[in-house]
Design a protein around this ligand. Structure first.
Ligand code: C5P
Length: 204
């Protein structure tokens, strides 16, 4: 198969991560969760570092930190993601990854609009805020975090608001993106819909 880039964007906890991993495995290409880059910078900011410097000096090891999954780091990530210099510092790494031989899946907020506007396939994966909060709650409780539905819903809505309303690279579907609403789909159906959409785009 010739190299191709699949851009998968959408709001927090819509199922992008699960879908992206499955799509990458199905097509045998590499996968980059670009949220981890912003989380790593956010985690550095929480430790007192300057976010712009942290973004410029980011190393592969920084992405391995298990603490990157916490709600606190997620909020910090969406705060540093507003800073244009942070976004600029992370651009080259993402573009180089997208063009690696064999192709790649990148998931995030601005992959189809800013990072890879010429990606061969663009998906926008979404779901209602309540459904996303319910899924995220189950995931957090599973990982032993002490939280509740209202707290998680507030967190999801605060991030949506920040991600959609920032001036630089706001979250929105690319004009040529295929939208997949996972509100009423289980994991297998969501993955099947994404693979079908990729195949349809590649065939067409
Ligand atoms: O996807 P994830 O929840 O890990 O992303 C954390 C935060 O990083 C998002 O809320 C968003 O503010 C930011 N982000 C971004 N652009 C991306 C990926 C993530 O601004 N491509």
């Amino acid at each position: 198969m010739s190299p191709f880039t699949i851009a998968i964007d959408g709001p927090a906890a819509a199922g992008k991560g699960t879908i992206s991993k499955a799509v990458a495995a199905h097509f045998g290409v590499a996968h980059l969760d670009t949220g981890l880059l912003y989380r790593a910078v956010g985690a550095r900011m929480l430790r007192g570092d300057d976010p712009i410097e942290a973004a410029r000096k980011l190393e592969a090891d920084d992405l391995e930190n298990p603490d990157l999954r916490t709600a606190e780091v997620a909020q910090a990530a969406s705060r540093v993601a507003i800073i244009p210099e942070v976004r600029a510092a992370l651009l080259d790494f993402q573009r180089a990854f997208a063009r690696r031989s064999g192709g790649a899946v990148l998931d995030g907020r601005d992959i189809g609009t800013v990072i890879c506007p010429r990606a061969e396939v663009k998906l926008f994966v979404t779901a209602s805020a309540e459904i996303r909060a319910r899924r995220r709650l189950a995931e957090l409780l599973d990982h032993g975090f002490d939280t509740d539905f209202e707290a998680v819903l507030a967190d999801v809505k605060a991030r949506d608001d920040r991600d959609m309303n920032r001036a630089d690279a706001p979250l929105r579907p690319a004009e040529d993106a295929v939208t997949i609403d996972t509100s009423t789909l289980d994991v297998d159906a969501a993955i099947a819909a994404a693979i079908a959409a990729v195949e349809a785009r590649r065939a067409g």
